[in-house]
Design a protein around this ligand. Structure first.
Ligand code: Z5A
Ligand code: MG
Length: 246
């Protein structure tokens, strides 16, 4: 089974592109062979993949879930923005430039999109399932604070109290290196100047639970580096309590 489609929406939310309650659906969790995490009451690890546009986050997040599952650890993939909820639908419209919103309003919606998924994150972690998340609050702060008049401190406020990940894998590329992977897309924020400011912000957010990774290598080479770090984190969570941001 691939790493995608881990969360199937409930019947009533099917066919409603931006509607539904988002997480009130049937969960499909990738079973590890021997379920090394979870069988002994140990919580799952919370691991976030972050970085600027085209750094390979989605590619690597999926590969990590597959790797963990193939090696006996239960794992699920989540991503932000989670575009399937009502809030996610508004975010999707904003990113695709179908609608404009005040910078503060869209920032708070990105944040609300995380809060609405918190019960699902907690459910997985308590069940001993590792949660790999493709973008999280750090994207929220790094992107919003790249806009004029938006301070890093103000942007942090609305995510304060969310679980602090055990590990943040920050995939780092210069904007020029990212551009070598093809043109930036047509969504909002996909310009070289904006991405350069976002990258500066990420570097201001680096903390002791982050690993800054040079992402300028092949998909497989990068995966090898990441999986060695991730397996250590998953196997060392033990009874460590999860902290909160910030
Ligand atoms: N945003 C925000 O403002 N506030 C928030 O709170 C949150 C997000 C959560 C949409 O995010 C936008 O929302 C985003 C931030 C903002 N705006 N920007 N920029 P998104 O996550 O949906 O964005 P995306 O469209 O998925 O792009 P991405 O995530 O930036 O790309 P990626 O996941 O890092 O890369 P990828 O999809 O894995 O790979 C991109 C391409 O590169 C693809 O063709 C791959 O085959 C190729 N690739 C991948 N890895 C490699 C390596 N190692 N070498 C060569 N080529 C590679
Ligand atoms: Mg992506």
């Amino acid at each position: 089974m691939g790493a995608d489609c881990l969360i199937r929406k409930s019947e009533e939310s099917k066919g409603n592109k931006s509607g539904g309650d988002g997480w009130r659906g049937q969960l499909i969790i990738k079973e590890g062979k021997s379920n090394k995490s979870g069988s002994d009451g140990q919580r799952g690890a919370l691991i976030v993949v972050e970085g600027c546009d085209r750094t390979g986050k989605s590619t690597q997040a999926k590969k990590l879930v597959d790797y963990l599952s193939e090696n006996g650890r239960q794992a699920v993939l989540m991503c932000f923005p989670e575009r399937s909820t009502q809030i996610g639908g508004i975010i999707n419209g904003y990113l695709s430039k179908d609608c404009n919103l005040d910078d503060r309003a869209i920032h708070l919606l990105f944040s609300a999109n995380r809060w609405e998924q918190l019960p699902l994150i907690q459910l997985h972690l308590q069940a001993g399932i590792t949660v790999i998340i493709d973008r999280y609050a750090f994207s929220g702060v790094a992107f919003s604070a790249a806009k004029p008049g938006m301070s890093l401190e103000w942007c942090k406020g609305s995510d304060s109290g969310l679980p602090r990940p055990d590990l943040v894998l920050f995939l780092d590329l210069t904007p020029a290196q990212a551009e070598e992977r093809g043109d930036y897309g047509t969504e909002r924020y996909e310009t070289r100047q904006f991405q350069a400011r976002v990258r500066e912000n990420y570097h201001k957010l680096v903390d002791d639970y982050w690993k800054v990774i040079d992402a300028n290598r092949s998909i497989d080479e990068l995966h090898e580096v990441l999986r060695a770090i991730v397996i250590k984190t998953v196997d060392n969570v033990e009874d460590k309590e999860l902290g909160t941001l910030w």
